[in-house]
Design a protein around this ligand. Sequence first.
Ligand code: SDX
Length: 376
Amino acid sequence: MPEFSKGLEGVVAAETEMSFIDGQHGVLEYVGIAIGDLARSSTFEETVYLLWNKKLPTQAELDAFTKGLRDNYDPPAGVLELVKNMPKDAQPMHVLRTLVSSLALFDPNPNANDVPAAREKALKILAATPAIVAAFDRHRRGEKFVPADKSLGFSENFMYMLNGEKPTAAMARAFDICMITHADHGLNNSTFTARVVISTLSDLYSAMTAAIGSLRGPLHGGANEGVMVMLNELESVDEAEAYVTNKLKNKDKIMGFGHRVYKSKDPRASELQTLARQLAEDTGNMDLYEKSHAIEEVMEREVASKGIYPNVDFYSATTYHCIGLKLDLFTPMFALSRLAGWSGHVIEQLEDNRLYRPTTNYVGPHKVAYTPIEKR
Ligand code: SDX
């Protein structure tokens, strides 16, 4: 029987030119460029262009790409009408999955998946999704929807639509760094989901919707919300030691730690840690940062030997909180960014497709007689 790898651990299921991950040495590169260099020097728009075109843009190429995004900031009016019918107590990730799926209903050619069509749809979905998240959050607060400001960049415009006022340059930059660091990451569960769906020659909307469903899970993108719940449960830094050791003793997973690939500190965690500390200082949230750091120190002592280190979600929680985002918007932020990676992988899949269809080792019985119900 073929070797069974639970959770497909270590199985190569695709080739990609976008992210390179060295889990042993904590390396992440997008098309060969280190994530730290991109976080410090790039923008989310430029990073998306890099992932989708496998090269950094010239100024003219970036201007054209940015215009394409800004021209599509506003979702179809019909989708905004649907926002108004969303239950105000609905969870934002369920709303996001529902409304991204609804974008297909307003596309005259929703099933087109030749590569040029896929690129166009990917751009429109990426551009319009911030408005969907912002519109729902304002709807549930009883606030009017704020139309996009096409003079603003992706991150600045999202925060403008969410809060009804432009963010400070520092906050907009912090959000952009979050978008850059979450954009792509090899064949993570939600990206694999997107590739599996498009491999049947289904459509972008189905692939993105499925990926959002995967990302919501607490073992994946939902972990950033779990980290914030944990930080709120801790009354003080002094409790960190007992809290962590007790959870480990009960074999509970500490959210924001561990990774299928990284067996050293996730380089994104390091970038976001620097950002979280700065933002925590600037916004009077140093208690959150200090609790996080205390948890990290205990985990370092207790489980680093097992290759369990902070992952991208651990410090993104403090970062999103300091930016002013509600806890249940943390995972939607991950989705806003990862739409770039999902789309890039869907385009790669379409460029060289083969239907995903793994196999199983059958471990059940054989040649069993059918027993009529009256004799069971
Ligand atoms: C993301 O794949 C990606 O690239 C994902 C991502 C991306 O950018 O797309 O990087 C984003 O999803 C990051 C991960 C976010 N999830 C969490 O923070 C949830 C907590 N982490 C764990 O659930 C876990 O580490 C996973 C799911 C991330 C990885 O799980 P694996 O590879 O299946 O490892 P495992 O569950 O089999 O654990 C191996 C051992 C176990 O101990 P033993 O039973 O062998 O004694 O490590 C332990 C686990 O108990 N362990 C942890 C732990 N993670 C693993 N123990 C305590 N706390 C943890 N967080």
